[in-house]
Design a protein around this ligand. Sequence first.
Ligand code: SF4
Ligand code: SF4
Length: 142
Amino acid sequence: MKNQKDSRTEAPQNLLCPSYVCKPGAQLYGVVNAGGFIDYLKATIEIDESFVEEAYKGRDPEKRFRFAGNCAKSGCSHWSKGEHECGLIGRVIEMMDKPEEAELRPCPIRYQCRWFRQRGGLACAQCNEMIRNLETAALEAA
Ligand code: SF4
Ligand code: SF4
């Protein structure tokens, strides 16, 4: 099988982290539904301070929504300097082990998403069930 990483070249612009925090300027791209899965929006919505203020009144916003923002690369603890890529998505794929689906669900950040750029549809297969704080906690405990 062709290595998907090899078939994608790094875009000149910064790629987006799909596991970003709820803060002004972040791009809202998904909402966690009652079943715990992500409903992807048709287009991203840039959130502002009033959204953030409201969101923090309830449960952790990262458990209810999915946000994207510029990948911090070497400024993030998940960045692999040796591989020059995000190390988190590889660990999530190993942990969740979901097979790639025949058809990708629409996602408004797909062609700017660092995880998709690195691992293609295999990243998307895990993404639908990921909630930022849970995924990070599970990985850090491993
Ligand atoms: S290295 Fe990975 S987890 Fe860190 S900001 Fe970039 S995409 Fe997100
Ligand atoms: S991994 Fe796939 S589904 Fe998840 S945010 Fe990136 S492009 Fe969207």
